[in-house]
Structure formats: structure tokens, C-alpha cells
Design a protein around this ligand. Structure first.
Ligand code: 3H9
Length: 688
């Protein structure tokens, strides 16, 4: 074995040179890796005894892409990825990529410059650059469509999805798939066959039949694709650039296509959207790191879960655990509510099965893990109990006191409260150290966010386990301290307050919704209220027409569910402004002597977003969030903040903190001390 450099080894086995790359954690294409590839290929080329080359990676994965940490920094002196790819394509000896783990982005692009590709059965590949606001900038947009055709390439580059080995084989990305433990032997066998049978030096760049065949109908193909995906890709810059590259692959010779790819790559890389999306990539991973907890903190076993409450939240929460094979006992007070809740879970699974995303057997396996009960005592053996009952402190305290007598020692007692004081709930038990908040977002089986609320007495192992189980069920868990509404709802309430004021001062609900939709949210606050139901938390007996919502509810308006809310809805849920609501607003404003004025879109946006940022600053100051990026992760995954804007704190940094201080004062809002301090010293929340 020869060490080519710190990350690359070369071994010769007969006529085959095996280049093994070992650069943990994911063999990303850092400067040493590029150098290792360039030098390794050159060494194998130079050795006359070598007739074929196998490129394989050590560790958990094949090359997972460019090294994202290098982006936006000054270039380091090393081989460029293009030099490496040129050397590979000009090699006189067949190069075989042996792929395990994930060949992603630049990693797949390197594999696409090899002559042949063999993969382990569990391997995946993809071009996920779009998720970082980029496009595959190392020829991926030109080589992939030549192998798989433009239709599949369009899907892969705009979704960034990972494709399993079997599918990749069918598509023509991989040439052979072998059992996981046969990757190196399989690659060696392929290399020897290539030598013995004098296989041609096949290059993806020269395969033209699929793009040639697509060319006559290309205009329609791309127009249809754009129209079909317009809503999904709204606001993002990178998908359109990716589409244009695939168009170039169909319409232009390879080298011309590469020029288009390069020209479109650079502005994306330098743009704010990609910067935001790259920031989010690292922010997501950072959120899992809890200050004061060692990365390898011992987790408590969670082999069974109890859930109290079979309503929408309880049922959705249960599905998360059933999906990963953890048995759930769900407890309700009345048989009718229990069977309704279990029925909804089954229906949800059956709907998923009808879309072909689950088999009938999967549905039964999951339902087989679910047990319903009317007796709290049935939770005696559960490792984790999550309470998802009505949002009322007295009810929760009573329940936790009872749980204290039921749960086994060491069981984690979690509350799904979205606002209430977890310490007060914990104090109702004799084991406050076992109590933690686990705030799921509706629909709980779909939304990725989980706020894990760390109580004053929550034990470290309990906190670590809540975070770990969150990851296991596919959530992005973020730690929050105990404060009213935690991170997300606490900030949201400031946006809601301003939205209400704006419609009294002169804007209409549709103006506020439009501005926030155009900013990139999936919907505005008034559409959201209509969707949730105006009567949530409203009490007819105590309602005295004190708010617009009271008056709307008193007038029988309930939102989407009865077709009347801030908007009117037809049977297909199409919205039109509601003159009735507008009258309620105008009357209400007149009664309070408010002189309505015209309010422009900039003011609407600033008044909705800046107070949220201000509250985010207070949350940081009070150490309710560990770091600004955690706040961003909450907003991205729980509240529809557009990912290409990085989250409220990242956005604020780029809007300008000094400007935000000035605008808050202009609107009569006192800036948080931390915000003023950062603005005055020219610092930012996120360091970005
Ligand atoms: C690209 O390739 C552009 C090209 O077209 C070339 C243009 C010229 N770089 O996710 P994990 C770190 S763009 C640097 O927790 P998993 C990550 O931060 C790139 N670091 O593990 C983490 O660090 P830490 C296209 C990276 O097993 C650690 O590795 N490629 C990179 O759950 C473990 O990561 C992608 O977008 C990287 N590229 O998932 C793939 N990747 O431990 C991005 C990871 O300090 N990566 N790290 O927190 C992934 O999707 C996942 O990491 C992967 C593993 C599926 C590979």
C-alpha cells in the first residue's frame, strides 16, 4: 500500500490499482481530497503494470459532495475539481467507482466522470445541490441527463432527492449493484473483466442518444415541467437555474452545456439564497447539540410509549412512534373518543397506502403496534409518556399528579403543551427531574419541528433522550427554555398582534396575507386563522365582542369549516374577500375612533416581522434558546418561514440590525437590549 497523501491510499492487486479515499466524516471534496484524487489517478496512470483503477471510499460513505465549509471562503491552493475530472476522463485505463453510503452532489459528479459505476445495495445517490440553493457545478447537469434522459434529470436536480441503488441501476446511473459486503470484490471482478474483455472507455459526456431523442419535444417538456412545479418552487432561484442547465444539456453540445452550467453556478453561489440555505444545513445539525450535554450522553431506553389524549395531536404524535416500530398505548377518557382517534390513525395510514407510499401489510404492522385504553394504569410500563390533552394548567397538573402514581420509576413524563409552564406541571409530581416538554406541531405526523422544553429540574439524561427520540422519529428537535409559548409561539404572538393592529389601522386581511405570502410563507396569518378555525379557544358564554375575532364568531363565522371567516370559501375552498368581515373591521375601528389610512406593503412586512425578531433577541438574552440558529430552525420547520431566507434571525442580520432598531423605534416599539447592543457594535445574531 502506498500513501498518496493524508487521505488517499493506493494498493495494487494484480493489474488493478485500488484508490481508497478516507476523509471522515463524509469524504467531502476538500482540498486534500481533491489533491489525493489528482495524485492517486496520476500515480495509477503512470504505473505500467496497472490496467484498471477502482476508486472506493473508507468509512460511512462514498464522497458526499463538495466540502460545504469551503464555500464562500478564499480558494485554497490545490487541484481543482475540474482538473481531477479532466484527468479521470482522459485516463487511458478504465476507472470504476465503487459506491457505498451516499454519492451526492460533487461525489456523484466524480462518479459520473468514471467509466463505470458499481454500487452496494444500500447505496444512494443524488444531486442535492438545489437544497443548498445551488446547482451541480461539476458537470452533473450535463452528464446526468445524458445517462438518464432529461425527464429523470429534471426531477433529480430540482428535488435533490436521494435515489436508492436499485432505482439508480434502472435509470442507468449505476452499471451494477452488489450485496453490501461484496462491493470491493465486485468492483475488482468488474475491473478484471474490463481488462480481459477490453471494455471501451465509456464516458457519460459522450452518451447522446437520450438527449438526442428528447430534443424534438424539448420545448414542451420544459414548459410542462415549469408549469407543473411552479407552486412548489415559488420564490427559489436555484430550481430555475437547474432547469436551464438541463435544457442546455438537451440543446447544446457537451462543452457548451458546461459553459452554461458554470455561468449559472457562480451567481447562485454568491447569492443570498444559497448562503441562507447553506447556513440552514449547518444550523439543523447544530440544533442537535445541547450545551452542557456531552455528544455521547447516555440515553434512556424508549421501547414503548404512552400517549394521553387521542385527539388530533395525540393521534398524530402516536403515528410518529408507530412509524419507527415503537409500540404505543393511547389513553382516552371515553370509549367513543378513543375509537374515533384510533379510526383517524387507521384512515391516515390507509390514505397513505392508497397513494402507494405504504403497503397494506405496513398499515397492519403499524396498527398492530397500537393499543387503545381507557385506563391510565395501562401506562405503567411505558418508558415515555406524552400528555396531549386540553391546554389547561389545572387539568394538566391533575393529570401529572395521577401519572406520578402510575408511571414506573425512571419513565419520562412529557407534556405536549404549546404555551404552559413546564416547571409548574413538573411540580405537580414527585419527580420533576423526569418531566420535559415535547411540543409537537400540527399535523404532528407531518411537521418536522419538535420543541423540547428543558425544565428547571429536567435531568440531563431526560433532556438528551427527548432530543434523541426526536431524531429517531425524524423530527428536528430544538431545545427551548421555559417561557410562555416557548420559542415559536412566543414570537408568533408578536406577529399576530401587529397583524390585528394593521387591519384596524387601514390594511385589509388580504393585504397582510398577500405581503407575507409574497415574502415566501405558505399563507398569511388570516388565512391561517381561517384554516385553524376561528372558534379555537373562543367561548360563546364569555364572548363580549371585545376583539374582531369575538365579533366574527358571534356572527357565526368559524373559518374554512363553515365557509365564512376572514374570507368566504366555496365548496372547493377557493377564497374571496369577505365583505361581512370587512364591515366588522370597519365598524370596530370606527367605534374606537381609529382613522384608517393607507398602509404600504413595506410597512406591513416590517411590522409583522421586526417585532418577531425583537422577541427573538429577548429569547436569546434570556437564554431561552441556545443560539440564534435554533430560533431560525424553529421558524423554518414549524411556521413555514421560507428556507431561502434562512430564518428570522439570519434574515434580520441581512436586513441590517441598525436599520431594524431604527424601524422598531419608528413604529413605537422598544428594541430589545441585545438587539441594540449588536446593532451598535456592528455584530450580528448568527455571525453570518
Ligand atoms: C456540491 O457538491 C457542489 C458540487 O456540485 C460541486 C461544485 C463545484 N461538506 O448530516 P450528518 C458534515 S454541494 C462538509 O450529520 P448523516 C456535517 O456537517 C454538496 N461537511 O450525517 C456533519 O458534521 P458535524 C452536495 C459535511 O449520516 C457530518 O458531516 N452534497 C458535508 O445524517 C455528518 O453529517 C450535499 O449536499 C459536506 N458536503 O448524513 C450532501 N456533508 O458532525 C450533504 C456532511 O460536525 N450531506 N458534512 O455536525 C448530507 O446530506 C448528509 O451529511 C449525508 C450524511 C447524507 C451525507
Amino acid at each position: 500500500m502506498t500513501a498518496i497523501n493524508a487521505v488517499m491510499d493506493l494498493t495494487r492487486d494484480g493489474e488493478v490499482a485500488v484508490l481508497t479515499l478516507n476523509s471522515p466524516p463524509v469524504n467531502a471534496l476538500s482540498a486534500p481530497v481533491r489533491d489525493g484524487l489528482a495524485l492517486g489517478i496520476a500515480a495509477a496512470e503512470a504505473d505500467p503494470a496497472v490496467k484498471a483503477i477502482v476508486l472506493i471510499c473508507a468509512g460511512r460513505t462514498f464522497i458526499a459532495g463538495a466540502d460545504i465549509t469551503e464555500f464562500g471562503k478564499p480558494a485554497v491552493k490545490s487541484a481543482s475539481l475540474f482538473d481531477v475530472q479532466t484527468a479521470m476522463e482522459q485516463s487511458k485505463k478504465p476507472i470504476i467507482a465503487a459506491i457505498h453510503g451516499t454519492a451526492l452532489g460533487g461525489g456523484l459528479e466524480v462518479a459520473l466522470t468514471c467509466h463505470y459505476r458499481i454500487a452496494a445495495a444500500s447505496a444512494k445517490c443524488g444531486l442535492p445541490e438545489v437544497k443548498l440553493g445551488l446547482l451541480p457545478g461539476a458537470g452533473g447537469t450535463q452528464r446526468l441527463p445524458r445517462l438518464v434522459g432529461p425527464e429523470i434529470a429534471l426531477d433529480l436536480v430540482t428535488s435533490g432527492r436521494h435515489v436508492g441503488a436499485k432505482e439508480a441501476l434502472k435509470m442507468g446511473v449505476f452499471d451494477e449493484v452488489v450485496a453490501d459486503d461484496q462491493l470491493l470484490p465486485g468492483a475488482m471482478a468488474m475491473a478484471r473483466k474490463a481488462i480481459a474483455e477490453k471494455w471501451p472507455l465509456r464516458l457519460a459526456r459522450d452518451v447522446n442518444d437520450k438527449v438526442d431523442a428528447a430534443r424534438p419535444n424539448a420545448a414542451k417538456l420544459f414548459a410542462d415541467f415549469r408549469a407543473k412545479n411552479a407552486k412548489l418552487l415559488r420564490g427559489f432561484e436555484a430550481p430555475e437555474a437547474n432547469i436551464q442547465c438541463i435544457e442546455a444539456a438537451v440543446n447544446l453540445p457537451f462543452d457548451e452545456g458546461i459553459k452554461v452550467e458554470r455561468a449559472l453556478f457562480v451567481p447562485l453561489m454568491q447569492g443570498l439564497q444559497s448562503r441562507a440555505q447553506r447556513y440552514v444545513f449547518f444550523a439543523e445539525r447544530m440544533a442537535a447539540k445541547v450545551e452542557g450535554l456531552p455528544a455521547d450522553a447516555q440515553l434512556l431506553p424508549v421501547k414503548s410509549v404512552g400517549i394521553i389524549g387521542a385527539g388530533t395531536m395525540g393521534g398524530g404524535i402516536a403515528m410518529n412512534f408507530l412509524n419507527v416500530g415503537i409500540p404505543v398505548t393511547i389513553v382516552e377518557m371515553k370509549e367513543e373518543a378513543l375509537s374515533r382517534g384510533i379510526g383517524v390513525i387507521r384512515k391516515n395510514y390507509e390514505n397513505t397506502a392508497a397513494k402507494g407510499k405504504l403497503t397494506a401489510a405496513d398499515v397492519e404492522t403499524r396498527m398492530g403496534l397500537l393499543k387503545g385504553s381507557l385506563d391510565l394504569a395501562d401506562l405503567g410500563q411505558a418508558d415515555l409518556i406524552i400528555e396531549a390533552v386540553f391546554e389547561n394548567m389545572d387539568i394538566k397538573k391533575e393529570l401529572f399528579a395521577k401519572l406520578d402514581g402510575v408511571a414506573k420509576p425512571g419513565a419520562i413524563l412529557a407534556s405536549n403543551t404549546s404555551y404552559l409552564n413546564v416547571d409548574e406541571i413538573a411540580a405537580a409530581t414527585k419527580r420533576p427531574g423526569s418531566v420535559v416538554g415535547m411540543h409537537f406541531f400540527s399535523p404532528a405526523n407531518v411537521m418536522r419541528l419538535l420543541e423540547v422544553v428543558n425544565g428547571a429540574k429536567t435531568e440531563p439524561a431526560v433532556l438528551a433522550t427527548a432530543m434523541g427520540i426526536g431524531k429517531k422519529i425524524g423530527k428536528i428537535a430544538v431545545v427551548s427554555g421555559v417561557c410562555h409559548g416557548f420559542i415559536g409561539n412566543r414570537m408568533l404572538s408578536f406577529r399576530q398582534q401587529q397583524a390585528q393592529k394593521l387591519i384596524l389601522e387601514g390594511a385589509l386581511p388580504s393585504d397582510v396575507d398577500r405581503v407575507l405570502y409574497d415574502f415566501g410563507f405558505p399563507m398569511g396569518p388570516f388565512q391561517m386563522s381561517d384554516l385553524a378555525g376561528l372558534d379555537i379557544g373562543w367561548n360563546a358564554a364569555t364572548s363580549k365582542g371585545e376583539t374582531i375575532r369575538d365579533r366574527m364568531c358571534e356572527a357565526g363565522m368559524r373559518g374554512q369549516k363553515n365557509g365564512k371567516g376572514f374570507y368566504n370559501y366555496d365548496a372547493e375552498r377557493n377564497r374571496t374577500p369577505s365583505p361581512e368581515t370587512e364591515k366588522i373591521i370597519l365598524d370596530y375601528a370606527a367605534e374606537r375612533g381609529i382613522n384608517r389610512r393607507s398602509i404600504d406593503d413595506d410597512e406591513i412586512l416590517e411590522r409583522c416581522l421586526l417585532p418577531m425578531v425583537n422577541e427573538g433577541a429577548k429569547i436569546l438574552e434570556e437564554k431561552m434558546a441556545q443560539r440564534a440558529s435554533d430560533i431560525d430552525i424553529v421558524w423554518l420547520n414549524g411556521y413555514g418561514w421560507p428556507v431561502y431566507r434562512g430564518g428570522p434571525m439570519f434574515w434580520a442580520d441581512h436586513y441590517g440590525l441598525a436599520k431594524i432598531v431604527e424601524r422598531l423605534k419608528h413604529y413605537g416599539i422598544t428594541p430589545a437590549p441585545l438587539l441594540e447592543k449588536l446593532a451598535a457594535s456592528g455584530q450580528t445574531f448568527t455571525g453570518q
